[in-house]
Write a protein that binds this ligand. Structure first.
Ligand code: BGC
Length: 352
């Protein structure tokens, strides 16, 4: 059995792009602990109690800063921006002005480009020993996006075993923006096998189908009678190998579900019978992107185990993929004078 603990903060003290990097740790009254790093404004660890009373690290990641910089999978736990998920052909227009982005997923732009927010060392400010604010100023033209964007991402660990992440941003020119968190979870503990027996419940009645390049077709389709119906709790393994074209395109789940819940009811939940841990996601964002780690690349994780295919899953609360090119999707343009303000809450408990 793996004994989980937070990584050593010293192993995150380094200097990248002339900025010092750190690991910050928080503990709440219930004994839950988290670690976050200013490298990528990222969630590194979350130790939550399982049904046997042991603390389990449910977040995949690395125990050194070089683990993150050298990883095959670059997005572990990170803040994703400027635009989470794909923008087709790495191009879009605002009021007829074309913009060309760095392409890093075939011809698409993925997760803000190769030098997206996950690669930046953010400034940080800790308050009340339970919250940290990470700040980053993204220069005009960064990875091809217009406007200087001021971003603030705060992490708070509440006494109710919630990790509350609030994303705020302003700009000095019209731009497109879609921020999310890319934590991979395994509720049996990171490195402890795959997530195929996790039971998911997603109340969404529609989802976002994609083409073979993983770009939305523009439709929203009913989940009914498809592998995407998680309205009644279902183990991932029951439908992840479905012959349906949508599942084949992504080699598993890598799709957005339309979020009809408000911030006070879960947009998605995951549960492991083995650990008894329940994860509920609450959010203001319009969709939940379920990604079942289909392309995890064998990185050596914190526990000394490799992260194999389906070794973790993500619930990425975000705007719909490729919205800048899809006229029927909700607006992702941020204009001067406006503020983006979105929240994602990951809440952990033991299921009764
Ligand atoms: C995307 C996947 C991609 C992965 C990379 C996910 O958010 O939807 O297609 O491979 O991120 O980590």
């Amino acid at each position: 059995m793996t004994i989980y603990k937070l990584p050593d903060t010293k192993a995150f003290e380094s200097c990248l792009n002339n900025k010092n990097t750190h690991l910050l740790t928080f503990v709440n009254r219930a004994g839950m602990q988290i670690a976050v790093s200013d490298y990528g404004a990222r969630l590194v660890s979350a130790l939550v109690p399982d049904k046997h009373g042991n603390l389990v690290d449910v977040v995949l990641g690395f125990d050194t800063i070089t683990g993150y910089t050298d990883a095959g999978e670059q997005y572990h736990g990170a803040t994703i921006g400027r635009y989470a998920n794909r923008i087709a052909h790495g191009s879009f227009k605002i009021n007829d002005t074309p913009f060309t982005l760095a392409q890093n997923n075939g011809e698409n732009s993925l997760h803000g480009g190769p030098n997206g927010f996950h690669t930046k060392v953010w400034d940080r400010q800790v308050s009340l020993q339970k919250q940290v604010d990470f700040c980053y100023i993204s220069p005009d033209g960064e990875e091809g996006f217009p406007g200087t964007v001021n971003v603030n991402v705060s992490y708070e660990l509440t006494n109710e075993n919630e990790i509350k992440i609030r994303f705020r941003a302003t700009t000095d020119k019209k731009t497109v923006i879609n921020l999310t968190n890319h934590a991979y979870f395994n509720l049996n503990g990171e490195g402890n096998g795959d997530i195929l027996n996790h039971i998911l419940q997603i109340p969404a009645t529609t989802y976002i189908p994609i083409n073979s390049k993983q770009i939305p077709t523009g439709e929203l389709l009913p989940v009914e009678n498809t592998a995407f119906d998680f309205r009644t709790p279902k183990k991932i393994v029951e439908s992840i190998n479905s012959p349906e074209e949508q599942i084949q395109y992504a080699q598993g789940y890598d799709h957005g579900f339309i979020n009809q819940s408000t911030i006070s009811t879960p947009a998605a939940t995951a549960y492991s019978q083995e650990s008894g841990i329940l994860l509920e996601v609450y959010t203001t964002q319009p969709s939940i992107h379920l990604y079942t780690g289909n392309f995890l690349s064998n990185d050596l994780g914190k526990s000394g185990h490799r992260y194999l295919r389906h070794g973790g899953f993500c619930f990425e609360a975000q705007h719909y993929p490729d919205s800048p090119n899809q006229k029927n999707f909700p607006n992702v343009i941020l204009a001067p004078g406006e503020e983006l303000d979105q929240t994602i809450i990951y809440k952990f408990s033991l299921k009764k």
